[in-house]
Ligand binder design. Structure first.
Ligand SMILES: Cc1ncc(C[n+]2csc(CCOP(=O)(O)OP(=O)(O)O)c2C)c(N)n1
Length: 684
């Protein structure tokens, strides 16, 4: 036992036995009885995870884990009753019956934490890199040395090394020298697919030896002493802030991928070989008879199984979750602040918001409004970071971050690697680290690769029953400009309106852009902030800077024109065209600028339509299932008896935006088309 003599192997053994007894009672009783509907066993993976957990001893350590990580969770303090109850979808626990039991989280305030897991394989990686960056930020920028030795660990299987998230996080960690430990548990299979389809030759460690700035550790995760040595070395390496490391440990998966999987793709010999590598047997051989007698060991096994039976009984007795908070997805739905994530969890306060503009003489464009707002908020809030592709020295391809890097330093305003999944995943991790990330996506269409992270961000609060949240602002220019094209001109805001947990701002002018951006930067919920390309420097959108603490609340529309015959509901670049059409019209047309698409100001729209009895919705996004469909159906549902005509929509047709200027103009709503539609509605 030599070097590892002092190690608490007994604790490892007890935790493996606990984890295994939970797996076994689920496999043998609770899953067959259909009391547990999703069962993922960790049998075979336990030893290395537990040893890892025992090395996570800094209060600010965090692990971004996955569905096979329960042994690590148990090591870090997961209540076994919570574990079983969550698998049984009972109340309490880490999701209050909302998520599969093994997709868990552990806030661990003042103790190492487990970041919220997600079901998507590979999505755990980029938030781990972001959390590591928050540690560096805490020590280097905020000068808080409490974070000086903390590390970020990310766990994944051999299948996960083929995902975009893995490579994106690896790029971030190695280019920025982040304290991240990539902990790869290689069981040889991704469900049934063997490792050699995930990485050539099947061993990711071998393939990464030449990767710059990455220290590699590779070995057997079932051999107690070997695993201990490698894990200890790798954790110490990352803790010493020398840079990131990857440790690959081979382990057997002693069961099917999940309870339903019968492993028909493994032959008997393969299964037998895996059984021979059972880390529990190897650990027993290490302890018996040197430290424990066989009787002591058997007694321990029996006692733990008995305990687990009791845990299962308590879990079963837990109430079914009620739906009291089932519909709560935003901070305003909860009385309490989340435990982890964002500024609010740290008790951060802001200057009093001002709701009335104190306009300066000179008019500014939207770009200048955004730049000044970011500058002011960077100034008063040292936890705010601005980043994205080209936002640093260049100042952004739209110049919205011009000079911010030279004013606030490259730790606070910086370029990122070209990975949108990385940009948003990093933002999630930074938010978990208590910071306020402001990410720029260069063009709306290029948010596509970040879809997984964006969707998961919005549901964190719901999935964790308000334990975690990741407030952030994602700025993105989009929509048509001097010309169209399918890549730079997409609007498609409806996609984000449907993304649970997000708010979506779509300002039509510089004053609103300033007020809405400030709202978003001080919000405890994530925001998509749309910067319409055609408005960035347009005459129409130029307004006076409304003041440093000026705020426009979300969900409050603005009446651009009063009218009595018909209501036009619109937003973004269509506001100007609708105003022009209303001016030209023979009718008295009211124009409402929604300003935020989510939440949308139903109250103001309803109030107006009740007076005018006619409604036209104008948007640039495509027709079918555009956000106008939602507004139209709400009005027909609730104001049917007020209507003198059907609610109509004028939108782009269901095609991408064309490049040719004539073609582009032919599909966009404009003054003439809007006026025609108004007449059609009035003459209905
Ligand atoms: C993005 C995504 N694609 C596919 C799946 C379905 N799926 C769940 S687990 C899994 C295999 C993962 O294998 P590995 O990373 O080796 O982990 P292991 O289960 O072996 O521990 C797959 C394909 C998923 N959950 N997420």
């Amino acid at each position: 036992m030599s070097e590892s003599k002092e190690f608490e192997w007994l604790r490892v053994a007890e935790t493996i036995l606990l984890s295994r007894a939970i797996d076994e009672i689920e496999e043998n009783e609770l899953a067959p009885q259909k009391k547990v509907l999703y069962q993922f066993s960790s049998k075979g993976h336990e030893l290395s995870q537990i040893v890892l957990g025992m090395h996570l001893d800094d209060p600010h350590d965090a692990a971004s884990a996955y569905y096979r990580s329960r042994p690590l969770m148990l090591t870090l303090g997961l209540d076994p009753v919570d574990a079983i109850a969550s698998d049984m979808a009972k109340s309490g626990g880490y999701s209050d019956g909302r998520d599969i039991g093994v997709v868990c989280n552990l806030p661990g305030t003042g103790k190492p934490m487990i970041l919220p897991m997600a079901g998507d394989v590979g999505s755990q990686y980029t938030p781990a890199a972001g959390y590591a960056q928050s540690l560096i930020y805490r020590t280097d920028v905020l000068n808080d040395q409490q974070y000086g030795k903390a590390i970020s660990v990310v766990l994944g299987g051999d299948g996960s090394v083929a995902t975009n998230g893995f490579w994106s996080a690896l790029t971030m960690a190695t280019t920025l020298n982040l304290p991240v430990l990539f902990f790869i548990e290689d069981n040889g299979y991704g469900i049934s697919v063997k490792s050699d389809l995930q990485t050539p030759g099947g061993n990711i460690a071998n393939n990464l030896y030449s990767f710059k700035n990455l220290r590699i550790f590779d070995g057997d995760g079932t051999e107690p002493e070997e695993a201990l040595q490698l894990i200890r070395q790798s954790v110490n390496y990352v803790r010493s802030r020398k840079g990131p490391a990857l440790i690959r440990l081979t382990v057997p998966r002693l069961t099917g991928h999940s309870f339903q999987d019968n492993q028909s793709y493994k032959n008997e010999k393969e299964i037998e070989k895996e059984e021979q590598r059972d880390p529990l047997v190897k650990l027993k051989n290490l302890l018996v008879p040197d430290i424990l007698t066989t009787d002591d060991w058997d007694e321990k096994v029996k006692d733990i199984k008995k305990e687990v039976k009791k845990y299962a009984k308590s879990a079963e007795e837990r109430a079914e979750p009620d739906d009291k908070t089932l519909f709560h997805t935003r901070s305003s739905h909860f009385e309490k602040t989340q435990l982890i994530g964002g500024l609010a969890a740290d008790g951060h306060t802001f200057p009093q918001p001002v709701y009335t503009a104190t306009p300066e003489k000179q008019r500014i464009n939207i770009v200048e409004g955004i730049r000044r707002t970011l500058g002011y908020e960077l100034n008063i809030n040292e936890k705010l970071l601005v980043f994205g592709e080209d936002v640093g020295e260049k100042g952004g391809v739209h110049a919205a971050t011009m000079d911010l890097q030279s004013n606030f330093g490259s730790e606070r305003v910086f370029d990122t690697s070209l990975s949108e999944e990385g940009i948003i995943g990093r933002a999630v991790g930074l938010a978990y680290g208590g910071l306020m990330p402001v990410a720029e996506i260069q063009f709306r269409k290029y948010a596509d690769p970040a879809t997984e992270q964006l969707k998961n961000t919005g549901t964190i609060r719901w999935r964790t029953a308000n334990k975690f949240a990741a407030p952030m602002v994602v700025r993105m220019p989009g929509g048509f400009a001097k010309c169209g094209d399918p890549w730079h001109s997409e609007s498609n805001e409806v996609f984000f309106a449907r993304m649970i947990g997000w708010q979506v701002a779509y300002p039509s002018n510089a004053e609103d852009a300033v007020g809405l951006l400030r709202s978003a930067l001080r919000s405890n919920d994530p925001t998509i902030f749309f910067e319409h390309r055609n408005l960035l420097d347009s005459k129409y959108a130029r307004r006076s800077y409304p003041g440093d603490d000026f705020v426009v609340p979300f969900g409050k529309a603005k009446r651009l024109k009063e009218g009595t015959d018909l209501t036009i509901v619109t937003w973004g670049a269509m506001c100007e065209r609708c105003e022009e059409a209303a001016d030209d019209s023979d009718y008295s047309v009211e124009v409402i600028d929604l300003r935020t698409v989510m939440p949308w100001d139903k109250e103001s729209v309803f109030e107006s339509v009740k007076r005018t009895n006619r409604c036209l919705i104008v948007h640039e996004d495509t027709y079918t299932a555009g956000f106008g469909s939602e507004i139209a159906s709400e009005i027909s549902d609730q104001l049917f008896t007020y209507l003198d005509a059907p609610v109509m929509r004028l939108c782009a047709p269901d095609i991408p935006m064309p490049y040719n200027i004539g073609l582009m103009n032919s599909i966009l709503p404009d003054r003439v088309k809007i006026e025609k539609k108004v007449n059609e509605l009035m003459n209905y």
